[in-house]
Design a protein around this ligand. Structure first.
Ligand code: IPM
Ligand code: MG
Length: 363
């Protein structure tokens, strides 16, 4: 089993190091190879996704990714910005299905900004289409307006588009995922205004005919954003397009108390995948040794389950994370009165200790 390790920028290198440590103690036949990506790759090779990094990712069975981006690259031409690395990987590897679970751990109920009773036991899964929509639609760019409110003025434009097969395949992924859960899919659209999302709704409804055992409902994205903070537990699986999924998954992440806890998987049609924490590179805390490595460690668990067919090893990691939380260890983002504040490395060490059966210090 070959795993490409792409730590990236900011806290990416710190948190991925902890996940690698955890993978190593599992004693499975992994071959891990790292490469630069994002701003780090730009600095070293002049491109955020160098050919060699892409080749390594393509040749691997799975990719473990940290995070990319730093404000210092904001002035670069778009093609050289760190974010292009993750967009390029998604595109070149065909990673169209993005799984972003939002699970509220029992011990962290009080870390949420919502009332504990609204989030206790929360377990929802956002399935975001990841290679289409306005993020990839052509044409895009800048030009002089020929019509609109200000003809002759400079303007910028992007193209929102979805083809039928693109919607069909993500709908199948969502219905199949719901079957293994509580059997409910909410499709989020903006069919009241956008042609693209009326089409989305029509196609999802058509695919649903093949899944009579799964319940389907539809919400407009603005309403979905509201329902997510009003009654988040009413959701099971949410399926939506690239842009709405980007926004709603950050919102859902925050319901759980910390985005520092949430893993994600981006899969191709054969379940090869890229695994990354749902959070970003957090340049403001990079290098301080305080970032929460659990989202990345849990992403490694998802990788074992979805791409490497090692469900037992995945469960071992997940149980170890539970044990560490139960023992009261917390990084700053999830710390609360009465728990023990630890750094990135100590948190990783504690997970390793829980896996290998050593005791964890209690507060
Ligand atoms: C995400 C991020 C990315 C996206 C950026 C970094 C390109 O926000 O993974 O949610 O927009 O998809
Ligand atoms: Mg995002």
């Amino acid at each position: 089993m070959k795993i490409a390790i792409l730590p990236g920028d900011g806290i990416g290198t710190e948190i991925v190091a902890e996940a690698v440590k955890v993978l190593k103690v599992l004693d499975l036949p992994f071959e891990m190879e790292s490469a630069l990506v994002g701003g780090a790759a730009y600095d070293a090779h002049g491109h955020p996704l160098p050919e060699a990094t892409l080749k390594l990712a393509q040749a691997a069975d799975a990719v473990l990714f940290g995070a990319v981006g730093d404000w210092k690259y904001d002035k670069l031409e778009r093609q050289y910005r760190p974010e292009q690395a993750i967009l390029g990987l998604r595109k070149h590897l065909g990673l169209f299905a993005n799984f972003r679970p939002a699970i509220c751990y029992e011990q962290l109920t009080h870390a949420s900004s919502l009332k504990p009773e609204l989030v206790a036991g929360l377990d929802i899964l956002i399935i975001r289409e990841l290679t289409g929509d306005i993020s990839f639609g052509q044409p895009r760019g800048r030009r002089t307006a020929v019509d609109g409110h200000f003809p002759g003025a400079p303007e910028a434009f992007d193209t929102m588009r979805y083809s039928k097969p693109e919607i069909e395949r993500i709908a199948h992924v969502a219905f199949q995922a719901a079957r293994k859960r509580r059997g409910r899919v909410t499709s989020v659209d903006k069919a009241n205004v956008l042609e693209t999302f009326q089409f989305w709704k029509d196609v999802v409804t058509e695919v649903h005919a093949q899944y009579p055992d799964v319940a389907l409902d539809h919400l407009y994205v603005d309403n979905a954003a509201m329902q997510l903070v009003k009654a988040p537990k009413a959701f099971d699986v949410i399926v939506t397009g690239n842009m709405f999924g980007d926004i709603l998954s950050d919102e859902a992440a925050m319901l759980t108390g910390s985005i520092g806890m949430l893993p994600s998987a981006s899969l191709d049609r054969n379940n090869k995948g890229l695994y990354e924490p749902s959070h970003g590179s957090a340049p403001d805390i990079a290098g301080k040794g305080i970032a929460n490595p659990l989202a990345t460690i849990l992403s490694a668990a998802m990788m074992l389950r979805y791409s490497l067919q090692q469900p037992d090893a995945a469960a071992r990691i997940e149980q170890a994370v539970q044990a560490v939380l139960a023992a009261g260890l917390r990084t700053g983002d999830i710390w609360s009165e009465g728990t023990q504040r630890v750094g990135t490395r100590e948190m990783g060490d504690a997970v390793v200790a829980a896996i290998t059966g050593k005791t964890i210090t209690k507060t």
